[in-house]
Design a protein around this ligand. Sequence first.
Ligand code: G1P
Length: 287
Amino acid sequence: MIKKAVIPAAGLGTRFLPATKAQPKEMLPIIDTPVIQYVVQECVDSGIEDILIISGKGKRSIEDHFDRSPELDRILSEKDEILYNQLRHIENMANIHFVRQKELNGLGDAIRHAQYHCANEAFAVLLGDTVIDSVIPATRRLIDVYEQYHQCVIGVEEVEPDEVSRYGIVGGSWLSGDIMQLDRLVEKPERGAAPSNFAIAGRYILTPSVFDAIEHTERGKNNEIQLTDALRLILERENIVAATIEGKRHDLGNKLDFLKTTVEFALKRDEFAEPLRAFLRSLILDK
Ligand code: G1P
């Protein structure tokens, strides 16, 4: 049983400057909902309600978002029942804990901060700037794979050959159409040096052995402690599987992805679908 999830959310969000100069990238809204709320919802939909957010400098608004807001509650309880219930839902959706990463030393170092919370059991990791839109929640799928194999499970997605240097890339042999037994892991390889086109998609199930591996991981790409490098150390002693992610991954740290996601998600909302579709059509016809 996987009962805990860790959401690293301490990064600076430099790819989204200047919007992220004074606000966390995880709080950027897709229409009216901050990115990290979708990620927390994925945990809840996957059966996890104990969530540790790795926060950092300038990230206080994430804590406030999941906290109670008595002022708003008071005003809305009289004025707008729907919105009131929405806010109460956010306050109660999960048991959320926070720990601060004091220095930004990479994703591996961020995960190290979960050691106290997750020392004795496998746990899920969901990157706080990545939303995966799928019928079966991506984390639920990885949990199911973990329950079958009892090894670390990495969610992966096939990417274009010219994109491999943006991701951690896995290599190995396919056990079935969607599960790969890993024999290689490389963080952001040069094009041509990648063992496959399957990229780490920001969702993992990790066993507690990751903490010892992180302790022994030297600084890698960008002079940071990389989670991918720690997983490579685990691979020397334990098996790791990768499972392909179903559904669509949205990298909300990327401006174009953010725009596309906003449009896609708005088109799925009844109140926006029709006027937005008409607007988009008029823009295209004007061209
Ligand atoms: C991180 C991981 C990388 C993974 C990527 C997915 O990189 O280190 O292995 O493929 O997330 O988004 P980052 O995007 O933080 O540089």
